[in-house]
Every structure is written in structure tokens, then in C-alpha cells.
Design a protein. Structure first.
Length: 112
């Protein structure tokens, strides 16, 4: 009876750990999605500026263009950071899941 209870506690603990890892993986995927969206915003703004560049003189709108370009550069840096950070976290979590699969072969069939 004691061994059976002990084994169920271990199984419960492993399942809880896997649920936590999968929740962290969903968070990393959400961060990846946000990073892609933040990265795409400056690209769309710059494409609009390039498409409409024949309608204005760059020297006349330089006071507006420089802060906009600085903001776009900041958004590109932020988007790049979010994407790379989330990809690194996803790789680490995948390695952790593979380790759990190797240690507990009975659970491996549920984690494909």
C-alpha cells in the first residue's frame, strides 16, 4: 500500500511538472507571437513611407521623420529581442521535456 501511494505521488508530481512546462511553453509561444507583431509594425510603417515618398519632400518632413525612424528602430530591437528570447526558451523547454520522456518511459507516449 505504501509503495503504491508513493508511486502515485511521484506520478502526480511528474504530471504537475509537465503541466507547468507546457504552460511555460504556451507563454513562450505567446511571446514569440507578440515579438513578430512588434517586429512587423515598423516594417509596415516604413513600407507606407516608401510608397508615399513621392508625395512629400524629405527635407521638409525631417523633423517628423527622424523621431519616427528612431521609434521604428526601437520597435525592431524590441521585436528581435522578444523573438530570440522566446525561441531560446522554447528550445530549453523542449530539451526539458525530452529529459522527462527519457526518465519516465510510461509518460513518453503522452508527450509526442
Amino acid at each position: 500500500m505504501f509503495l503504491k501511494l508513493r508511486k502515485s505521488e511521484v506520478d502526480s508530481s511528474i504530471f504537475n511538472e509537465i503541466q507547468l512546462i507546457l504552460a511555460e511553453k504556451r507563454t513562450a509561444l505567446s511571446t514569440l507571437r507578440s515579438g513578430i507583431a512588434v517586429f512587423a509594425l515598423p516594417l509596415s510603417v516604413l513600407s507606407v513611407l516608401i510608397a508615399t515618398s513621392r508625395l512629400y519632400n524629405i527635407l521638409h518632413v525631417m523633423s517628423l521623420l527622424v523621431p519616427l525612424l528612431l521609434l521604428n528602430f526601437g520597435l525592431v530591437v524590441l521585436g528581435t529581442f522578444l523573438v530570440t528570447n522566446s525561441l531560446l526558451r522554447l528550445r530549453r523547454l523542449d530539451r526539458l521535456i525530452e529529459t522527462i520522456k527519457k526518465e519516465h518511459s510510461a509518460i513518453a507516449e503522452f508527450l509526442t
